[in-house]
Design a protein around this ligand. Structure first.
Ligand SMILES: [Zn+2]
Length: 502
């Protein structure tokens, strides 16, 4: 009996190693380019699935208490010794097992891991270990008081995101989700923020430089971001370049501005510094700031009606920031931000213009509806985007809101008819994301050519969707439990769990 069971493991290991040997030794030259790319894809998938197999084995080793019987205190140390792993590697694996490993209760029944959706995606080979680490890092920061359902929804959204996005981006989408889970900062309240605020100009050093550090409130951030978007961009306010346009780049020839940007080798930190310097020097303060990409240099606030009524949730800014609703309303009272209030998803306006350039209202509507670049995975905020015709203007595309979208300059340049070019298609009213623009990746990125929309700027929408599904599932479970209780119990309806003898 035992030897039969062992044979299963031995056979699996044998064929796994045989496959690896084949892959190492077979010549790759006869394969077509497509076949090489496809093989690379499948090998990656296999490695991801094997990572889930490692978790499964680690759980088994732990539940059988194999380490303690071998005289080793912890699973981590056992893995270090048995597999010659580094301390960091072993520690990271054991940590991940706690989040995505399926354990068993005393009756031998499977217990779902804390990150069920992530675990499933890894086991299907759809996401990598780095994706899992990203999800774990975000879920670690979810406040403990968060409702179980919200927590589950957040994990579902992150796992879904990981399926199509890069691990590098999970932290960013995580920040959005955390802001929505804890919009008024239950952990950090207004009081804390007021206490923490401050900008410290340190003592000037003998070389003439002064250190600066501090923390700013969401309000100052929301006001500062649009100013920096204009004056700290490459080519503007560059003291090293006498031909660089200074405080009033609006009346400068765009070609001259582009040339100045190409000559600009300053770091982002240096550009921020120079922008503040130029503003202070010129004496130009808020009301005289002119325009940036056709909009006044001002804060654009987008919020939704339900949030305003309940005084909860967050407003988003065109520069990609978030602001608790209460603070956003306070800001709106004092200054004059563009305020877009939405009562539902979708585009608020339809303007049948046929001019090539989008109007300010159209741009404002796009900012409010899209929040940023529409290419899947791109996190460029609206302030870095240009208005893009979904169907090219030269091919008869109209300057209608339904044919306009936001794209940052690097993404805009990806759209072309040549090899490796991306395509954009509008989503119709009846689609799942009406009014949004879907992008079709070139075949080396997505062989299926499936149109995808960008979820980066819409974490709250995904969360709401996940929550709705969870509610529906819970209601269904509730109903089936009730029906179950109404039936007269039969003797064999609840078989007692049989423990498997060792
Ligand atoms: Zn982009």
């Amino acid at each position: 009996m035992y030897s039969n069971r062992n044979e299963v493991g031995e056979q699996a290991a044998e064929s796994l190693l045989a496959t690896a040997t084949t892959l190492l030794e077979s010549p790759l030259t006869p394969l077509s380019d497509d076949a090489v790319v496809e093989l690379t894809r499948q090998v990656e998938r296999g490695m991801r699935m094997l990572a889930a197999v490692q978790h499964r084995l680690a759980v088994e080793i732990s539940e059988r208490s194999i380490p303690s019987r071998a005289g080793v205190k912890t699973l981590k140390r056992f893995l270090m010794q048995t597999l010659r792993l580094s301390s960091g590697d072993a520690g990271s694996r054991v940590n991940l097992v706690d989040w995505v490993g399926t354990r068993h209760d005393t009756a031998g029944e499977c217990v779902d891991p804390p990150l069920l959706y992530t675990a499933k995606a890894l086991a299907a080979g759809e996401i990598s270990i780095d994706h899992v680490r990203g999800v774990v890092a975000v879920m670690n920061r979810v406040p403990r008081t968060t409702a179980a359902e919200d927590r589950e929804a957040a994990e579902q959204v992150l796992a879904e995101f990981a399926r199509s996005g890069s691990p590098d981006d999970i932290a960013k989408i995580g920040d959005r989700i955390l802001t929505h889970l804890d919009p008024d900062g239950r952990l950090t309240d207004d009081h804390d923020r007021a206490r923490m605020r401050g900008i410290i100009l340190g003592r000037q050093r003998p070389d003439g430089m002064s250190p600066i550090r501090g923390e700013i409130t969401p309000t100052l951030r929301a006001l500062l971001d649009p100013i920096l978007a204009k004056y700290a961009r490459p080519g503007v306010c560059n003291p090293d370049d006498p031909a660089s346009p200074a405080v009033d780049p609006d009346h400068v020839d765009p070609d001259r501005l582009a040339a100045a940007a190409a000559r600009d080798h300053r770091s982002a930190a240096q550009r921020t510094h120079d922008a503040l310097l130029a503003l202070v020097q010129s004496g130009v303060i808020s009301t005289e700031l002119g325009t940036h990409r056709g909009m006044s240099v001002t804060t654009v606030l987008t919020m939704n009606l339900a949030d305003v009524e309940q005084l909860s949730g967050v407003a988003t800014t065109a520069t990609g920031g978030t602001l608790p609703i209460r603070e956003a309303l306070r800001l709106a009272e004092k200054s004059q931000p563009f305020l877009a209030v939405f009562d539902h998803a979708g585009l608020p306006l339809h303007l049948g213009r046929t001019r090539r350039l989008a109007t300010r209202t159209q741009r404002l509507a796009l900012i409010a509806a899209l929040h940023g670049c529409s290419r899947p995975g791109c996190d460029a905020p609206a302030s870095l985007c240009a208005v893009h015709h979904v169907l090219d203007y030269r091919k008869g595309g109209r300057t209608d809101l339904s044919n306009l979208t936001l794209a940052c300059d690097p993404c805009h340049a990806l759209v072309h008819d040549g090899p490796g070019g991306w395509k954009t298609v509008p989503r119709t009213r009846s689609s799942r994301y009406p009014g949004r623009t879907a992008w079709i990746a070139p075949t080396h990125i997505d062989p299926t050519g499936t149109p995808q929309v960008n979820h980066r700027h819409h974490a709250s929408e995904l969360l709401a969707q996940a929550l709705t599904h969870l509610h529906q599932r819970n209601e269904r479970n509730e109903r089936s439990r009730e029906q179950h209780h109404q039936r007269p119990p039969t003797p064999d309806s609840h078989p007692p769990p049989t423990s498997t003898a060792a």
